[in-house]
Design a protein around this ligand. Structure first.
Ligand code: AMP
Ligand code: ZN
Ligand code: FE
Ligand code: FE
Length: 282
């Protein structure tokens, strides 16, 4: 009974509608998925309806963008109340800032002769969805400038690119507090996915744990053996849950549904800690 607790749909930068993500999970024999779009709960209802129909268990979640200094940190939030005012306000603020930031990145690129326009990028985004760099990549794929999102990231969209513009996001400690206040269960995503020493430090992870974070995503495509060993040991030391998941983005990334999974006991512990919204069981 595979459990995959980190997936994206077209409510943010996944390439498949929420219903289709759930359908793909059912086809792949995955019992339980969490839909965790960036900074939005827009896909929840559609995913829940399909989950009930297809006999998939759905954990409603969010991947909350956070920033500490220059570092971007992602926080998975499982089963929060999607009407909690502080959570709603914080997500809105981040999405708003993402909107402006997208325009600024595209303008910088266009000024340098890269053939991309704000209109072309907006055409890649579902109405109301959270925008991100992958949508700029999609516009470049559509117009034939590059063959795949990866290529656009490698050439122009990486964190070190001169075209990179940051967006507003809460400090991770505040994000943990807000998720907890909304009855959700915060778990840090892919903490060691950063390259060249840009991983999230143990100190910051400990601060987040002290603020009420419940777990660490240990098993993830971006984590090598060392990362898994380190984060696994850190989770044990801090008495945090250890999860594993795919970070599926449809066709937008190589990540396959269920390529990493979470233990049923860990999901049960997450459910015990949550008071914001229920797991959708068929
Ligand atoms: P943003 O949220 O706008 O800063 O963009 C970050 C998103 O881009 C993350 O969700 C990543 O999954 C995605 N991403 C990062 N690198 C790549 C890549 N090489 N190919 C495809 N997607 C990527
Ligand atoms: Zn993403
Ligand atoms: Fe992420
Ligand atoms: Fe993700």
């Amino acid at each position: 009974m595979p459990i995959d607790l980190h997936t994206h749909s077209s409510a943010s930068d996944g390439t498949e509608a929420p219903a289709l993500v759930v359908e793909r999970a059912a086809e792949a024999g995955i019992d339980t998925i969490a839909l965790t779009d960036h900074d939005t709960t827009m896909g929840w209802d559609e995913a829940a309806a399909t989950a009930r129909r297809l006999g998939v268990t759905l954990v409603r979640g969010i991947e909350v963008s956070c920033t500490r200094g220059w570092q971007s940190i992602h926080l998975l939030a499982y089963l929060p109340d999607d009407r909690h005012p502080d959570l709603v306000a914080e997500l809105e603020r981040a999405r708003d800032s993402r909107d402006h930031r997208l325009d600024r990145m595209v303008e910088k690129m266009a000024r340098d002769g890269i053939p991309v326009t704000v209109e072309a990028v907006r055409a890649e985004v579902e109405d109301g969805a959270t925008v991100g760099r992958p949508h700029i990549a999609d516009a470049l794929v559509t117009s034939g400038v590059v063959g795949h999102r990866d290529e656009a990231f490698a050439r122009w969209l990486g964190n070190d690119s001169p075209y990179y513009v940051p967006h507003y996001a809460p400090d991770p400690v505040r994000a943990v507090e807000i998720v907890r206040a909304a009855g959700g269960v915060p778990v840090i995503a892919h903490a060691w996915s950063g390259t060249r020493g840009r991983v999230v430090s143990d100190r910051v992870i400990r601060e987040m744990a002290d603020a009420g974070m419940a777990g660490i995503e240990v098993h993830h495509r971006d984590h090598d053996e060392d990362a898994v060993a380190h984060l696994g040991a850190l989770a044990r030391r801090l008495r945090l849950l250890a999860t594993g998941s795919s970070d599926y983005h449809g066709e937008g990334k190589l990540n396959r549904l269920g390529e990493h999974t979470t233990d049923p006991d860990v999901l049960a512990a997450i459910e015990d800690l949550a008071s914001g919204t229920e797991v959708v069981r068929p």
